[in-house]
Design a protein around this ligand. Structure first.
Ligand SMILES: [Zn+2]
Length: 227
């Protein structure tokens, strides 16, 4: 499936551009160094939270597009995306990629002149998330590194926590709007049912999530209806 975002994976020997905190624009958010990011699970250090207090919401707006918000208890990132790309599918497929052999995932949201790029890098059972903004997406889209971008937000989360939050947010969208309602608002792309099902299945199986909805596998059925 066309992943829209370029879907380029990390080369294993490459870090995130701007990994050195001194070289990035933080936009007012705390930035931690590489050593902090590999901290003991359950122990926050240098402003990094690794506990399961991640919040993620994906809220369709009335006129098409979505406002998403992600917060880890330390800082948050919120932005608006228009409906031109299959943004929710791009997000879900990137999360699904975290269950494969790749060292990371990279995808972008088209913000109509601007580009918001997510980098996901695996660190053992954790995922380092970095969100960059580029002022001219026409130039930056697909670029090899994050030169020219501004770091908006970053966090380190256990994969299960991150993917649970994304599954839950996408599931909430489907329950609120249904497939028909979603298509009415998003217009160019249907709700990514298959992508959500894939991620749900992997998350349930690989992360062993104990959340009731994950254990029961509640979500869109094979014919796309919501139970
Ligand atoms: Zn779960």
């Amino acid at each position: 499936m066309d992943r829209k975002s370029g879907g380029r994976r990390f080369e294993p020997d490459r870090g995130l551009q701007g990994e050195d905190p001194r070289s990035v624009t933080t936009g007012g958010f705390d930035v931690y160094g590489r050593s902090d990011a590999a901290g003991t699970p359950g122990v926050g250090s240098g402003g990094v939270r690794v506990a399961g207090d991640l919040q993620f919401r994906w809220e369709l707006s009335g006129s098409g597009g979505v406002t998403y918000r992600i917060a880890d208890g330390t800082s948050e990132h919120e932005t608006y995306i228009g409906y031109c790309t299959d943004a929710l599918a791009d997000l879900l497929y990137a999360m699904t990629g975290l269950y494969g052999n790749s060292s990371g995932e990279r995808f972008s949201f088209d913000r109509e002149s601007m580009e918001t790029r997510w980098l996901l890098r695996r660190q053992g059972t954790d995922v380092a998330i970095a969100v960059f903004e580029f002022p001219d997406g026409g130039t930056s889209w697909g670029s090899a590194d994050e030169t020219g971008g501004t770091l908006l937000w970053r966090s380190v989360q256990p994969r299960g926590v991150l993917c649970h939050a994304v599954v839950e947010a996408a599931d909430a969208v489907l329950r609120e709007h249904g497939e028909a309602g979603y298509l009415e608002k998003w217009m160019r792309h249907p709700f990514p049912v298959a992508a959500l099902q894939d991620l749900q299945r992997l998350h349930r199986r690989e992360d062993g999530c104990r959340h009731e909805r994950c254990r029961k596998g509640i979500g869109p059925t094979s014919n796309g209806t919501v139970p």
